[in-house]
Design a binder for this molecule. Structure first.
Ligand code: ASP
Length: 331
């Protein structure tokens, strides 16, 4: 009798537990998450600046989450190929996207973009990286003022490398050409990692790229550097003037990066990812490497998924009129 009662009580408790589990599948899933490796798609080639940021962050997140966070490079179409792939991935937290400002500019540059920015959950901002205007070694112009004069006089023979329409290097080049009032021949790559190889090798003349790719080459004397694209000078490249100091009034662009999950990923999983990202942004190794590369983690008050979402919306609205005025379209 006692045994039967106990068994019945046990069954009732188990039944309640099962019901609770059924009522909160998201919470249960998040508790078990991550149970296997996570893939972070970088929509540009390996060895470039976005890849560098992703690998640093992924290494730290691997420690926090207890599962391997693997970076996969899916370059092409200015970042829209990789982003499109993640937009269609299962919303289970195992396929993520680490993208930059291109997430906000692509909707204005591509009239037939096969995804929307709302196809993603925002998991947090990472860092806003300054850009630098650089040239192949031995390039004739010495200063930013010289470059401006040189490209105006030689526009037919100057080549500008970028990572395709929608990339940050494309955006910076577009702003530069429109500020200078000259169109240059652009040479697209799958990312500015391979573009940098060609710049160092002298196959292309100019490029504008994040300091997370250019700092080492500038300091090593492998490329010529003219200016930074931020409002203020960059501490680790203090000799470089700003574009504004070089005469291009109001020229300002910083390449902000964010982490995304496909739309429909549970809020619990997004919160776990955001927390692990927050740990990475406090990780002394990440902070020190960012500083070496001319950047810093987003401050704490800008790190929530909600802030990221609002910021993304504002950036889409900010760049739309600029791109429309430039009349540049990818398709
Ligand atoms: N810096 C590149 C861009 O122009 C992308 C990359 O290769 O990371 O967007």
């Amino acid at each position: 009798m006692i045994a039967r009662t106990t068994r019945a009580a046990c069954a009732a408790v188990l039944g309640l537990a099962a019901a609770a589990f059924a009522l909160a599948p998201g919470a249960a899933r998040a508790q078990a998450y991550p149970a296997r490796p996570i893939t972070v798609v970088v929509p540009f080639a390996a060895g470039g600046p976005t890849d560098t940021v992703a690998r640093l962050v992924a290494e730290s997140m691997t420690k926090t989450l207890g599962q391997q966070v693997i970076v996969e490079n899916v370059g092409g179409a200015g970042g829209t190929r990789g982003a499109g792939q993640v937009a269609k991935a299962a919303p289970d937290g195992y396929t993520l996207l680490l993208h930059h400002i291109g997430q906000a500019t692509a909707p204005s540059l591509y009239r037939k973009l096969p995804y929307k920015v709302t196809d993603f959950e925002t998991a947090g901002l990472i860092t806003a990286v300054p850009m630098t205007l650089i040239a192949k070694p031995g390039y004739e112009p010495k200063t930013i003022a010289d470059v401006i004069a040189y490209v105006k006089a030689n526009k037919d023979k100057v080549t500008y490398g970028n990572a395709g329409v929608g990339s940050a290097s494309h955006l910076c080049g577009m702003l530069f050409m429109s500020a200078v009032g000259t169109q240059l021949t652009t040479v697209p790559y799958q990312g500015t990692g391979p573009a940098m190889n060609d710049l160092v090798g002298g196959q292309i003349d100019l490029m504008c790229d994040q300091t997370t790719n250019t700092t080492g080459q500038i300091k090593g004397g492998k490329v010529k550097a003219y200016a930074v694209t931020t409002k203020d000078r960059v501490k680790s490249l203090a000799d470089l003037p700003t574009m504004e100091e070089g005469g291009l009034k109001g020229f300002e662009v910083a390449v902000w990066h964010g982490l995304y999950a496909p739309k429909g990923t549970s809020p619990e999983i997004v919160a776990k990812l955001n927390a692990a990202l927050g740990v990475a942004l406090e990780d002394p190794k990440v902070v020190a490497r960012f500083a070496d590369l001319g950047t810093e983690p987003e401050p704490k008050d800008r790190r929530s998924p909600e802030f990221h979402k609002t910021y993304l919306t504002a950036e889409v609205a900010k760049w739309k009129p600029v791109i429309e005025a430039a009349g540049v379209y990818a398709d």
